[in-house]
Write a protein that binds this ligand. Structure first.
Ligand SMILES: [Zn+2]
Ligand SMILES: [Zn+2]
Length: 347
């Protein structure tokens, strides 16, 4: 890892005010993706995977409609953006297409139909346990790879993911040119290649997952003031919002921790194979923060985050991924048996 990101300390030690929360603390790893040039040996979002040359690349067999956004054209745009980002001084021509890139675009027949057959999946996340210790891999595995089919599917308005665990040391010959889909549903389903700055944080449950009794206590501002005189009094009319936005669940891409809720109430997440309560594996987020979660902006990004322009966008929406109209895609795994099928929800 070549850079770090540091979440500011939470404004209040919430377990001092509500000791009942202490046993509910869970570690999460904020991933802090930023556009870059990851290799197969790095943890990444949208980067090349450490995939064995002799293992078939995963495909999606479901029927697909939509599409029409050519993946090779999206890749050209991504390369131009990456080049511009690598030359923030604005070297002339750096944000224009090269003749080779123009040639790639010129060779397309934009009216061509998608070839028949299954769709090759697209790399979404590659996480080494050395970087993301919150992961609980099965057996000797030390690498999580998440791919998705870059189309909406009849039962869900987001891409469908596939999860693979493997042992990095077992991969000797790496597949260097995996097959790519002809087209994608939206450009926002093609993650911008990003390097990561994983950071451990502690999370507590969304208020909707707490007992009625504890929620009532959270809503009593007198309790907050009695324990911590420095508590931000602007939240006095909305103590539960304060807990929710600043003290419970981190925004942005992350592994582990507690899920955020808001699009729906908490949904049951039982393993389809053994009925065990499933645990969050990965949160794919449209935004790294929103209007109510500014306190989670890393110190290193605060100056740029308050500006406008490209640097702001690179921090706020570093991967370019958009789920629904700005939601999150949550992946859950079975703690009893990680090989059991995972589930995914939009929030
Ligand atoms: Zn599909
Ligand atoms: Zn299970």
């Amino acid at each position: 890892m070549t850079f770090i990101r540091t979440t500011p300390s939470r404004p209040v030690d919430v377990t001092a005010v509500f000791p009942q929360l202490a046993p509910l603390a869970r570690p999460a790893t904020r991933l802090h993706p930023r556009p870059g040039a990851p290799t197969p040996h790095d943890s990444s979002i949208g980067g090349p995977l450490l995939w064995p040359a002799d293992e078939p690349w995963p495909h999606c067999d479901a029927p697909h409609e939509g599409g029409g956004c050519l993946l090779a054209a999206v890749r050209v745009d991504q390369r131009v953006r990456a080049r511009a980002a690598a030359h923030p001084d604005g070297t002339p021509g750096v944000s224009s297409r090269t003749p080779e890139e123009e040639a790639v675009l010129a060779q397309f027949d934009w009216d061509q139909e998608r070839p028949d057959g299954p769709i090759p999946l697209l790399p979404v996340a590659q996480l080494y346990v050395r970087d993301v210790p919150v992961l609980r891999p099965p057996g000797q595995a030390d690498l999580l790879q998440v791919l998705w089919c870059p189309f909406d599917h009849p039962d869900m308005y987001m891409p469908r993911t596939a999860v693979f665990w493997r042992s990095a040391a077992a991969v000797t010959d790496i597949l260097t040119s995996p097959p790519e889909s002809f087209d994608v549903e939206f450009e926002e389903y093609v993650p911008e290649p990003c390097v990561l700055a994983p950071e451990q944080v502690t999370e507590y449950p969304n208020p909707l997952e707490l007992s009625k009794e504890l929620r009532e206590q959270l809503g009593d501002w007198g309790r907050w003031e009695a324990v911590d005189a420095a508590v931000d009094s602007s939240y006095a009319p909305f103590p539960e919002s304060y807990y929710r936005s600043d003290l419970s669940v981190a925004p942005g891409w992350k592994a582990g921790g507690w899920p955020q809720w808001g699009y729906t109430d908490p949904a049951p997440r039982q393993c389809p194979a053994c009925d065990t309560a499933m645990e969050p594996l990965l949160t794919i987020d449209t935004f790294e923060w929103d209007g109510s979660s500014h306190s989670w902006i890393p110190y290193e990004d605060q100056a740029a985050a308050s500006s406008t322009g490209d640097r702001h966008r690179d921090m706020w929406r570093p991967t370019g991924v958009q789920i629904g109209s700005g939601y999150k895609q949550q992946l859950y795994v079975c703690p009893a048996a990680p090989e059991h099928p995972h589930i995914e929800l939009m929030q």
